[in-house]
Design a protein around this ligand. Structure first.
Ligand SMILES: Cc1cc2nc3c(=O)[nH]c(=O)nc-3n(C[C@H](O)[C@H](O)[C@H](O)COP(=O)(O)OP(=O)(O)OC[C@H]3O[C@@H](n4cnc5c(N)ncnc54)[C@H](O)[C@@H]3O)c2cc1C
Length: 413
């Protein structure tokens, strides 16, 4: 006979660990499983911005996360295709969080995922009712159309775990989504990126740098600082554009760091690993993320920002909204898809506008002259920088960036 929990969480990355922490707070009986054993790596840019800070703050974990090895971020640099840099100093701004309603400083962090995810996993493991590492979910258990648990393998032994609701937090290749018939690989809504850790890259301090380079437009090349002078360096672009242009990301990264204006910064740099790649299912389309007795969160639901590539913030948001809905489902004893749909509606009410705007910005990013124009203006004009930072801080609707009037305003500013 299978164990039975209120909720089984498949995947203990940021979405799953955070869901476990919220579920514990909500008084639910929780089982958390992951096919990996922690600490484990996750290929990522490792940058944590406003939303992540807000959720960590709400969970009472921000101070501890701030003390983990990594770098605090006080500035964002946007580099144009013709190599003008606009610098946005985050210290003068606050972030108004859509989920928690809290107003917090804009500064963020860069923390290796091997470190961050392990920290979150350990916090979650302390409070859940059961936790299994090395547990690979292979299938969903069903009673008629209702999902009632998962079937997986741990230490070579098949095992079943029952739950009222299954939360699929198992990343871009989600087994839960596949088994629920909710998985789709759409090239236009998929970004591919590679990461390479380096040490001794020149000019790295407390700024994250996003350079819109010709090699991968509308994607970008990034340099994010880490502890002790090391850095997370990478490059990414939309999968359909990559296929069309036949771009080899490793060759593109190599070309960028060996040409002006970046070559001098990499002259004495030493790579700490071979480049490693991963997929980013982006939220330029709304994927169905609920079923009878199940919800999909984070990358399993395809919630990554299509312009910036940030996914951790929305993964944490999805955890908050998912647990809120599961708690209500338990109170009303209704685990139907129709009831659980509320999760997706609430989540998209919170992030849908922003994802829509980022989708349009990703499309505009293909216009090299427009990117040059906007970044040049921001580089030379305090008011424009204020406007962009205001948008990032949710103080001014970000929608303005895709509004033609915004560019008219820029012309005269
Ligand atoms: C190159 C790159 C750069 C990025 N840069 C950033 C950035 O700087 N900032 C940012 O916010 N986002 C960034 N992202 C996106 C971010 O990495 C993801 O959005 C984030 O990891 C999503 O978290 P998650 O918990 O949904 O999934 P994941 O972090 O992928 O975690 C999924 C977990 O599920 C487990 N799992 C998978 N299958 C199973 C199974 N069958 N059974 C049990 N367990 C399973 C895995 O072991 C894993 O621990 C980047 C992504 C890439 C690829």
């Amino acid at each position: 006979m299978a164990d039975k929990y209120d909720v089984i969480i498949v995947g203990a990355g940021p979405a799953g660990a955070t869901a476990a922490l919220y579920a514990h707070r909500a008084g639910l009986r929780v089982c958390l499983v992951d096919k990996a054993r922690f600490p484990r790596d996750k290929i990522c840019g490792d940058a944590l911005s406003g939303k992540v800070v807000s959720i960590l703050h709400e969970l009472g974990l921000l101070d501890q996360v701030a003390r983990l090895p990594g770098a605090a971020i006080r500035e964002v640099v946007f580099g144009s295709p013709d190599h003008m840099d606009a610098r946005v100093d985050l210290r003068g701004y606050d972030h108004r969080d859509r989920a928690t309603g809290k107003i917090l400083p804009m500064e963020g962090f860069v923390i290796r995922r091997a470190v961050l995810d392990h920290f979150l996993f350990v916090q979650a493991r302390k409070v859940v009712d059961a936790c299994y590492e090395g547990f690979a979910v292979k299938d969903l258990m069903r009673e008629r159309e209702q999902v009632v648990g998962v079937r997986g393998v741990v230490d070579g032994v098949e095992r079943e775990i029952g739950a009222q609701v299954v939360l699929g937090c198992d990343g871009f290749n989600s087994m839960v989504a596949r088994k629920a018939g909710l998985y789709a690989h759409e090239s236009a809504h998929w970004v591919v990126a590679i990461r390479r850790y380096y040490e001794n890259v020149a000019g790295v301090s407390d700024q994250i740098e996003l350079h819109f380079v010709d090699e991968v437009l509308p994607g970008y090349f990034w340099i994010f600082p880490l502890e002790n002078g090391s850095a997370n360096v990478g490059i990414g672009m939309r999968h359909d554009v990559l296929k069309k242009r036949n771009v080899d990301l490793k060759a593109a990264l190599n070309a960028v760091i060996n040409r002006p204006p970046y070559a001098h910064r990499f002259k004495d740099a030493r790579p700490l690993e071979d480049p490693v790649g991963w997929n980013l299912p982006v939220g330029s389309t709304r994927r169905k993320s609920y079923g009878h007795g199940l919800l999909l969160l984070g990358d399993a639901a395809g919630l990554i920002d299509p312009f910036t590539g940030e996914g951790i913030g929305n993964a944490l948001y999805s955890a908050r909204f998912a647990v809120e809905t599961v708690k209500e489902a338990l109170a009303t004893d209704d685990f139907s898809a129709a009831f659980l749909k509320q999760y997706e509606d609430r989540l998209w009410d919170a992030i849908g506008d922003e994802l829509g705007t980022s989708t349009r910005m990703q499309k505009l990013g293909q216009w090299r002259p427009l990117l040059n124009f906007t970044i040049h203006k921001a580089a030379h004009n305090d008011k424009v920088r204020d406007l962009i930072c205001g948008m990032m801080a949710n103080a001014v609707p970000k929608k303005q960036l895709t509004n033609p009037l915004f560019y008219l305003k820029l012309l005269f500013s």
